[in-house]
Every structure is written in structure tokens, then in C-alpha cells.
Design a protein around this ligand. Structure first.
Ligand SMILES: [Zn+2]
Length: 115
């Protein structure tokens, strides 16, 4: 399951970051998920709920910020509206995805020990 491996990578990254900073607890994670990334947000939440047990993220809430897909002409950089033909009307070249394919750990809220 794709979402499960994403969650695994995510938690590993958070734990590495937490270890580096000497963090006692993680409170919240915020992740940006592009609608063209192929990630099912609901499945991601479910996978996270399973995976976070006995990790530093056990009590951390996962908040997901969906990012809309955006298309652009690679030649003249014109924005191609959603729902239209994904081709630049001026240059007649196929549009390129300019946003919305990301899976990005946006923010980690954590508690630093001994500060
Ligand atoms: Zn163009």
C-alpha cells in the first residue's frame, strides 16, 4: 500500500528530526498532499493511525493540507485552467503540472526537553 510507505517515511523523518533536536514529544504533523500525487488522504490517515503506535508520533495529530493541481504551459508559462484541455492554446504544447504532485512535510510541532 502506497500510503503506508509514505507514512513510514514520514514518521522516520520526524523521528530523525526529533532525535537531532532532543525532542520529548511530537504534538502535531502537518503534511501538504497534492491532489495529483496519487495519495488518498483518507487512506493516509488510516495508515498513520496504525503506524504511529509505539513511535514518537503516537500522540501526534496528523493534519493534511490538500493542494489543488495546477497546470502550466512549459513554453510561455501560461496557466492552463482546470477542466480544460491540458494543452496551451497559444503554443500547442502539452501542459505541465506545476503544483499538486507534492507530498511535503510542512510542519512538525514538538516539545523540546530540558529547555
Ligand atoms: Zn504556451
Amino acid at each position: 500500500m502506497h500510503e503506508y510507505s509514505i507514512v513510514q517515511a514520514l514518521v522516520e523523518r520526524v523521528e530523525a528530526e526529533a532525535a537531532r533536536l532532543g525532542v520529548a514529544a511530537v504534538h502535531r504533523l502537518r503534511v501538504r498532499i497534492g491532489e495529483a500525487s496519487g495519495v488518498e488522504i483518507e487512506l493516509l490517515q488510516t495508515a498513520y493511525g496504525v503506524f504511529r503506535e509505539r513511535t514518537l508520533c503516537e500522540n501526534a495529530e496528523l493534519s493534511i493540507v490538500p493542494v489543488a493541481a495546477r497546470w502550466q504551459c512549459p513554453r510561455c508559462l501560461a496557466e492552463i485552467p482546470r477542466g480544460s484541455i491540458l494543452r496551451c492554446p497559444e503554443c500547442a504544447v502539452p501542459a505541465r503540472l506545476s503544483a499538486g504532485d507534492e507530498i511535503f512535510l510542512d510542519r512538525i510541532e514538538m516539545e523540546v526537553a530540558n529547555v
